[in-house]
Design a protein around this ligand. Structure first.
Ligand code: ZN
Length: 363
């Protein structure tokens, strides 16, 4: 068996002899099972090789981690009563944030009812209870920030038959998904929508695709509360790949737009606390550093350097090897300054560098 395994290395001339002697089926089976061993170093094609030079101490994607970095205090929100499973925070006249520690939504109380903005499935069924702690008025309206199920998948569980308001693109996506937990909006808009109920106002506006087509800005002007979901992560590293932004350059533009907005408190849709202007400035500074680091890494990394010469004719392998080293250079440039400033830097920094290098290389 050992002899056979060694023999199927394509660089070993015995492979040809074995194949021609009728053993080709057995050889192929072993090849598929990953049983091919490299005669020189005992590894097989596709196995991990020697780490890249100057390898980061932060494990790359796909490598198991014994213990992630501790979450700094500044990133933790106020404690949540485990018996309730959520907390409510008043942000201004009639405007409240609700969170179970990972997701966030909002509600606004007016003279005759309550407007709910988003219904995360993790706690949507408890939103009526949270509202009942501050008013006995019914839910009359539900606004969708965007179509993603982690933010509105609890719409049905909210109960009642509120008027549902969303961007037209959100409804188009929801119609395609046909998810009974995310009923279609009954009112849609293209650019802006002003919801005026009693003495309360909510301004909805669309600024194009960045995270997802149809993702809107929700602004309570009197309270100076801005809710924009999946763009800003107060105290934390953005979710992987710049929060899965569909359009990374537009994501940068919208974060800049938020930093220029007249708001006091930001609801970002995730993490355990609300955001401040300083949180937005910090995230923008990180993103600018990320862009500069990836740009520098692309310029100073040479394609093919250190690649196994046998893989040179394989363009996919050439680029995988190049992109890995670009991302590594990017991670190394950012680690000293940012690893203690943003919670979960270690969890997603490799993803951010891969996302950024791709944007700069091909956008
Ligand atoms: Zn989303």
């Amino acid at each position: 068996m050992r002899t056979l395994r060694r023999a199927i290395n394509p660089r070993n001339s015995q492979a040809v002899a074995l194949a021609s002697s009728g053993l080709i089926a057995a050889v192929a089976a072993l090849w598929i099972a990953g049983g091919s061993l490299n005669a020189q170093n005992g590894s097989h094609p596709g196995a991990p090789g020697v780490p890249y030079g100057n390898m980061s101490a932060i494990a790359p994607i796909g490598v198991g981690i014994d213990k992630y970095f501790d979450v700094p205090e500044s990133a933790k929100g106020p404690a949540i009563d485990p018996a309730k499973g959520y907390r409510t925070e008043k942000l201004g006249d009639g405007v409240y944030m609700i969170s179970e520690g990972v997701n966030q939504s909002m509600f606004m109380v007016y003279e005759d009812g309550v407007v709910v903005i988003d219904a995360p499935p993790t706690y949507a069924a408890r939103i009526p209870k949270a509202i009942a702690e501050v008013t006995d008025k019914p839910i009359t309206h539900l606004v969708y920030s965007h179509a993603h199920s982690d933010h509105i998948g609890g719409a049905k569980a909210l109960g009642g038959r509120p008027i549902i308001i969303a961007h037209v693109e959100t409804n188009r996506r929801l119609a395609r998904q046909n998810d009974p937990n995310r009923p279609l909006a009954t009112v849609t808009f293209d650019d802006t929508y002003r919801l005026s109920v009693g003495s309360q106002v909510l301004e909805l506006s669309y600024h194009g695709n960045a995270h997802l087509p149809g993702n809107i800005f929700i602004y309570a002007p009197k309270q100076r509360v801005l809710m924009v979901v999946d763009l800003i992560f107060p105290g934390w590293m953005p979710w992987r790949r710049l929060a899965d932004a569909q359009d990374v350059p537009a994501y940068f533009e919208q974060v800049k737009k938020i930093s220029d907005w007249d708001f006091h408190t930001l609801i970002g849709g995730h993490v355990a606390r609300t955001g401040t202007r300083a949180d937005v400035a910090t995230q923008l500074a990180f993103m600018e550093d990320l862009s500069a680091a990836a740009d520098r890494a692309l310029k100073q990394t040479k394609p093919g350097e250190g690649l196994n010469p046998a893989d040179r004719p394989n363009p996919w392998a050439l680029y995988d090897h190049y992109i890995d080293r670009v991302a590594l250079d990017c991670v190394n440039q950012l680690t000293r300054k940012w690893s203690s400033k943003l919670a979960a830097f270690d969890v997603f920094i490799w993803d951010q560098c891969y996302s950024m290098e791709q944007t700069l290389r091909i956008e």
